[in-house]
Write a protein that binds this ligand. Structure first.
Ligand SMILES: C[S@@+](CC[C@H](N)C(=O)[O-])C[C@H]1O[C@@H](n2cnc3c(N)ncnc32)[C@H](O)[C@@H]1O
Length: 257
């Protein structure tokens, strides 16, 4: 017996993968978190399919429904926002399903971190500036392991993507500044990336908290911090080796100038 978890992408219904859409359309039962996944996408499923909204359910309630429908021989899909692998809370579902002899296939999706980078027109890995992106969250009601405190992660001076942290900007700014980041460090915030009411806010550590307040952003926002987010990055001469004419690689021989 099998169930499929599908990454819905960040919001725009066209950003689901071709495979994800096909499996959604073939499903007899579709479960989705109605607070996060677009209704327009769910409307692409079979009109005969049973649609189950899960935002108001707890884990056991939701999994019980999944097990019931799968054991009745239905094709069941669970649609998750963005990519299910990041803050998707899928492992707790999978472990219960596996105990019931149900295997789970996961179809990846476009994570909001990449949709937000696209909205900002940003590359998160700029040659000679940073080659690393940390995906994390600020510590709020959900604790973060001791070795992953933002202040410590910030020591890497790379691009940092913060999920689930829109109401914690005071704390975020303090941790970055304590880690030695300058007040001028660029921060890009994208509220509801790819949704019709998407909002892009370009800020710095100095003004981030105030900019969030001024724009009324308290949820569904991606915060991207680091110099890769510099709005003037195009004027600076960062070049990758990949397209350097003197650099030889498997597909091209470099030429000496
Ligand atoms: C429960 S997590 C799910 C993340 C999701 N799995 C992903 O890959 O994007 C929810 C958080 O993801 C971010 N998020 C999800 N969708 C977003 C969007 N369309 N625009 C900006 N941030 C988004 C926000 O930080 C939000 O608080």
């Amino acid at each position: 017996m099998k169930l499929t978890i599908i990454g819905a992408g960040p919001g725009d219904p066209d950003l689901i993968t071709v495979k994800g859409l096909r499996l959604l359309q073939e499903a007899d039962v579709v479960l989705y978190a109605d607070s996060l996944v677009s209704e327009e996408l769910i409307n692409k499923s079979d009109p005969e399919a049973e649609i189950i909204k899960t935002a108001g359910m707890h884990l056991e309630e939701m999994v019980e429904l999944m097990v019931d429908r799968v054991t009745k021989g239905k094709k069941v899909v669970r649609v998750h926002t963005g990519d299910p692998a990041v803050y998707g809370a899928i492992m707790e579902q999978i472990s219960i399903l596996n105990k019931q002899d149900i295997t789970v296939e996961i179809i990846p999706g476009v994570s909001s971190v990449f949709a937000s980078a696209a909205a900002l027109g940003a590359e998160l890995t700029i040659p000679d500036l940073t080659q690393t992106v940390i995906l994390t969250r600020a510590e709020g009601r959900t604790p973060v392991p001791d070795k992953e405190k933002l202040k410590d992660l910030a020591q890497h001076n790379c691009t940092v993507a913060l999920f689930l942290s829109a109401t914690l900007t005071k704390k975020i700014v303090k941790e970055f500044l304590d880690a030695g980041w300058s007040k001028e460090t660029p921060v890009g915030v994208v509220y509801k990336a790819t949704w019709p009411d998407e909002k892009i806010v370009r800020s710095t550590l100095e003004t981030l908290d105030e900019d969030m307040r001024k724009n009324g952003i308290r949820k569904q926002a991606m915060i991207l911090a680091g110099w890769a987010l510099d709005p003037h990055i195009h004027d600076k001469d960062f070049r990758s080796k990949l397209y350097d004419k003197e650099f030889t690689h498997g597909f091209r021989k470099g030429v000496k100038s």
